[in-house]
Design a protein around this ligand. Sequence first.
Ligand code: TYD
Ligand code: MG
Length: 455
Amino acid sequence: MAKPKKQYVCQACGAVSPRWQGQCGDCGDWNSLVEDAAQVVTPFTAKHDLRGGGRRVELVGLNAEVALPARASTGIAELDRAQGGGLVAGSATLIGGDPGIGKSTLLLQAAGRIAGQGMPVVYVSGEEAADQVRLRARRLGVTAPTLQLAAATSVRDILTTLAEERPALVVIDSIQTMYSDMIEGAPGTVSQVRSSAHELIRFAKETGAALVLVGHVTKEGSLAGPRVLEHMVDTVLSFEGERSHQYRILRATKNRFGGTDEIGVFAMGEEGLSEVANPSALFLTDRGEAVPGSVVFPALEGTRPVLVEIQALTVRLASGATPRRAVVGWDSGRLAMILAVLEARCGLSFSTAEVYLNIAGGYRVSDPAADLAVAAALVSALSERPVPADSVAFGEVALSGALRPVAHAGLRLKEAAKLGFERALLPASVADEKGALCLTGFRGLREMVDHLLGR
Ligand code: TYD
Ligand code: MG
């Protein structure tokens, strides 16, 4: 019998190479090739032509009287929101996030809620003993009798059990700990993860169970294991947040059943994760007296406005050393751009000042509308003139210094009004939005700088 051939599989993209290489020839990732057992090859058959000899597949018309897959609300509104309205029967969801961020906690709570509706739920942990999970469930107040726990890692054992139990929801925590005895190699390798996930997903599709897989993430924060895993599942959720901060954000990065622009916001507390229906309050530090360098920005997450505080600090340098620019929660390239526009178009000089920018609460802003708020914070810090505490600012800044309108200005203003803000600094093109706020529109960045400096 021929010796099973060795092969090397890229842990990033799943490309196969017969030899070890330092760099994957497919995706260009470095040091990502790992030795892996060769694929099981289907026996060679004489049938070379695929156009016959198979079973006819069922074709369904668009208007056929077939019920569309049902959605089960998880009972956690923030989770439903990120999912696009609840778990879909027969679907597979992958949830990734840093260790200790709260994936197991969230899924145990969700499993408890769904089981609380009388549905059979199985939670399989490959990382913790069943007693450990039970203890945690007790601490979280999860008591549903139709929720069953198991500590197992063999996909064959799990599927054998599930075939008898017929659960409505299966949680696998985590896919990296599962192994399939049809494939060689340790749990966590590309072929093991792919094969285990494949079998579990097939089970879900065939029985109509909703499947949730927990996935580990790499140091860089992307999902570990083969990229193909993301293609295999219907929904990919990422659970984000700073472990040192309380809040967590659940974000869909892929969703076959809904949009990917909604987020769910949670706060981690003594009794597990609680939903945060009004995230704005979480990200605003106590707003009393106006301080230089602080500006509130109404960010948008999907269709949901979140008010965050942008803080800037500038420190004048005496010597000719290269000044520092440090950013937390925003893009440093974008900060450099705003600084350059302020210098070139507005006559301000930051070249002898160190600049620090921070988004309060550990929040990460990716919304381009933050430009104007950041600029206002920088001008306010440099001039030591506070921006009034009852105002918000938003708008995109072009390299020319022109201000561009941004999406959903109305939503942002409404949220600001709801939280008691009274004024808004924004591009002139959206200054005719109606609402409770007093709006000051600017055609260019220079105009806003003049306004802030009282020129
Ligand atoms: P966990 O769900 O185990 O994270 P993951 O599965 O993503 O690795 O969460 C672990 C952290 O959450 C742990 O550091 C403690 C914290 N935690 C709480 O603060 N409150 C709680 O009620 C629970 C269950 C966990
Ligand atoms: Mg866990």
